[in-house]
Write a protein that binds this ligand. Sequence first.
Ligand code: GLC
Length: 671
Amino acid sequence: MDKNDRIYGLGETLGTLNKRGKKYRFYSTDDPMHTPEKEALYGTHPFMIVDGKNTFGLFIDFPAELIFDIGYENINTLKITVTGKNFDLYIFENENKNSIIEEFLKLTGTPFLPPKWAFGFQQCRWSYPDKESVNNIADNFRKREIPCDAIYLDIDYMENYKVFTVDNNKFPDFPQFARDIMKRGFKLVPIIDPGVKIEDGYNVCDEGVKNGYFCKDKDGKDYVTAVWPGLTYFPDFLNSTVRNWWGNLYKDFNDIGIRAFWNDMNEPAIFYTPDSLKEVSDILKQNSGNTDLGIEAFTAKDKMLTMANNRNDYKSFYQKDESGNIINHDDVHNLYGFNMARGTAEGLMNLDPEKRYFLLSRSSYIGQQRFSYIWMGDNFSWWDHMQVHFRMLQSLNMCGFFYTGPDIGGFGGNSSPELVIRWMQLGAFTPLYRNHSAIGTRNQEPWVYDEESNDILKNIIRLRYAFMPYAYSEFKKSTENLSPFIKPLGFVFETDRAKDAEDQYMYGDSLMVAPVYTPNARGRYVHLPEVKWLKWTASKFEDRNMTVYDSGDYFIDANLNEIPLFIKENSLIVLENPKQYTGEKETENLYITGLVTEESEFTFYDDDGESTGYKNGEYYKINIKISKTETEFDVNVEIDDTEEYPCTIKNIFFEIYDETGKKYTMETKID
Ligand code: GLC
């Protein structure tokens, strides 16, 4: 590497946005302890961009272990180790980083458009284990008028953690319960894990065994591991027959209208195997009665710790490809989650081709953006993990995962109200806006702290909903243009200073977000590259006081209830009155704002938000153009709709600033 080269990409990895100075390993792993030195996480995204003396992109399509040493062993050496021969290497020769991404996405596939509600707020916890607790969460949101679109069901909704079952004691008449919750504007999002409990008479296990759908051991017997339900089998998703079978298991959920799921533990996570458990218990047995263990205690502890997700176990089972070839799992390890999500997605599309589905996966591989979204796995309620959040968000977007996000507020550990508030502000400008926390930790729902925190959080979530027309339009555009929805500043402005500002990013093409991510802060330094910016220290949709800034570096005040946002010169944002949930009512009024010194344009996009009809032209657009004249502004609004799919907007209100900071208000009625 040249001294000044910057290395971008590598998706779901820890470390800085410029990946120099660290080693990264792609071997999809369930590791919930995201400390800085960790090399591997849940996903495999070996696409990177070298930006510098010789700019180019590189992608290695290889489903087994890969190691990227980027100036870790030797400061200026980039060394990539591919642990096998069966790989494809792609080099993208292009001086322009955004064009490299476009070419890469032409090769690996277009991110798909989620249902519109996916841009609302989503509440999760491990767990809301029964009907009463889910209803209680729903009641609180509606009673307190805090917008929310989804409530998640974690593993406890199942009967003994058996996938595709529901515990009837905890959820009596589940279909009716689900319909009632959905009628109130909440999507229910059940978790589905790959491990199938070994139990006679359990249909998923019986069908899998009978048809030979599970991964095999070296003797051709169904391979036994253990996850939440105890002893389990893993479906062999490499095979399309197995994927079709699996996809169809979603039918009962689909029939009651549930079209949203999260696929977890699909690295696949292994708690132990009968063999590895035996080794540990043998050590303990040999020493039973001996309280003076010494080094044996150390060995036993080590064995315990390495029992889960052990590489030897991944090497001990086999999968079968389409042509019937037997393949050691280790050689295709990084594709397990990809193929599970693919089976799920294809199933959901078959079950109801007219309706969009929503699918999060924990494990992923390049190309998965075509059929699932991902979340970033088990982070902690640590301030440091807010930095992981916004860096990974930018890196994952480069790799095609436009719609993603972490567990807001942190999954493990206990959170303080201040941490949750700052994190919820950052999350409000992240495509996946899901608050999630682990069992045994402090609750993180917006109302669990004090009244002040409740009010701040309510206003942040309402602000998120005000941005709905902007986020949805810009996201649609990003999928059409194959251009990440989230971009680092250094992908828009070519200065060193902009490239180094890793803690600010573009959310769509008009808005720059500069989150506060340190405790007890009352503001932060912000870099404003090259053009003028319209600053909004935003706390509430209704309070829209904006100030014009020249390019430069500034300390921007931001009280606990405020997040610094900046609208780029000659760009526009589009807002609406926040709803309680996305489908609550038709949008009639749009609010457009920006700093216009010459000319700015915005295309508002809308469709029914739920069907796949947009693929056949069932949508409309409004093209808005604002030009600065000598004394004021020319506003041009063009409706691009059809009789079958007419525009529903009635009024557009403009709040436009000139470079002196003077605000002009205008209004357009649409007949
Ligand atoms: C895993 C998931 C987490 C989930 C938990 C229980 O740790 O990453 O999101 O809550 O399992 O299902």
